[in-house]
Ligand binder design. Structure first.
Ligand code: FAQ
Length: 314
């Protein structure tokens, strides 16, 4: 009897750009890679609610408060789609949350920087959501079905978030001299941390080869970072802001791309190993929120159990 080679079926699907679905056979390392990436992505969405959530009570107008509230709520929803996508690979919500709460799992380095002024909230929407979308547009075509489908919905909402940030930045940049200075200061502080979001340079990225081979990612960290700089430069010029002086951004006629300075990768390593400006504060806030939400989880579980029993009895 001919034996079915599961690995060649998997490879053939990837070659034909067909999705891998939860019940399909997949190599262990593909599964592990996805669990790691998707759960870290989910954690980033949830921890990402903290720096912006901090400004809901201090938003400068009712309109900006409503919009920010909706945005932060969307990020919570993104976390939930992503945790669900990761669960379809055989891990559990408890395992993932435990890894976050004990500091074992990573989440995006960017959320370990503080939001000192309202202009920082604008910069997060403009630059951070802008960088997140740049990455996530490619992830819509990720080879794992549940991840790809979550990304399609997330991207629609993130585009709206980016507009929110750009609009707020426009108001500040074209406002009073003091507002313009706040916008400039936010750009100066968020520029390099935003470039770090794309991950280490390709030459130092241990996961990139597999991610691209397995079509989890379609483009590399450096390719996406370059595209982000190319896209953002005209926006900085339109806003009348100065590019941060140490970023050395210059148009390269030959490459038809901008040249730019790399972020400080030693700082990046420090941040992803738990020693950034806000790592401890973020973990403390997440741990407290989880503990304070215990009664809600208990009540929801009891309600679901009760409904199930009622359905069985009927
Ligand atoms: N921060 O070999 P690579 C958002 C880690 S969503 C922290 O290049 P890989 C929405 C990496 O995990 C933003 N850690 O690995 C929002 C690995 O460590 P490990 C999140 C980082 O997996 C907006 C090690 O370094 N988006 O912002 C970072 O290809 C506004 C070696 O790196 C995603 O997660 C980093 N920046 O990582 C919410 C997208 N970069 O696990 C609220 C999906 C690298 O081996 C407000 N993820 N590391 O211990 C990805 O595309 C990739 O996983 C990267 C790169 C880009 C994170």
């Amino acid at each position: 009897m001919e034996t079915i080679n599961l690995e060649s079926i998997f490879e053939a699907k990837l070659a034909k750009n067909e999705m891998i679905e939860p019940k399909d056979w997949m190599p262990d390392n593909y599964r592990k890679h996805l669990i790691r990436q998707i759960s870290q992505h989910a954690h980033s969405e949830i921890v990402g609610m903290l720096p912006e959530g901090n400004w809901i009570t201090r938003a400068p107008s009712l309109r900006s408060k409503i919009v920010l509230l909706a945005k932060v709520q969307d990020e919570g929803g993104h976390g939930l789609y992503l945790y669900t996508a990761a669960e379809s690979l055989g891990t559990s919500r408890d395992e993932m949350l435990d890894a976050l709460h004990t500091g074992k799992a990573k989440y995006s380095s960017i959320f370990n920087y503080p939001t000192l002024t309202w202009a920082d909230v604008a910069a997060i929407g403009w630059l951070v959501d802008g960088a997140a979308i740049m990455n996530q547009v490619m992830l819509q075509r990720s080879s794992y079905g549940p991840y790809s489908r979550a990304m399609i919905r997330i991207c629609k909402e993130e585009s709206f978030h980016q507009r929110q940030g750009y609009e707020a930045m426009t108001t500040m940049a074209f406002g009073s001299a003091e507002q313009k200075q706040m916008a400039q200061d936010a750009l100066n502080r968020f520029w390099f941390p935003t470039l770090m979001m794309f991950g280490p340079p390709d030459s130092e990225s241990p996961n990139s080869d597999n991610a691209v081979k397995w079509k989890i990612k379609r483009e590399t960290n450096d390719e996406l970072r370059q595209r982000f700089v190319n896209q953002t430069m005209p926006q900085i010029e339109y806003l009348g802001l100065q590019i941060p002086t140490n970023s050395n951004i210059k148009w390269n006629e030959e490459r038809q791309q901008y040249d730019f300075s790399e972020p400080n990768w030693a700082e990046f390593k420090n941040v992803i190993h738990g020693n950034g400006p806000c790592n401890k504060e973020r973990l403390k806030a997440r741990n407290e929120a989880h503990k304070n939400g215990e009664w809600v989880r208990e009540a929801a579980t009891a309600y679901a159990k009760h409904q199930n029993e009622k359905n069985i009895a009927a």
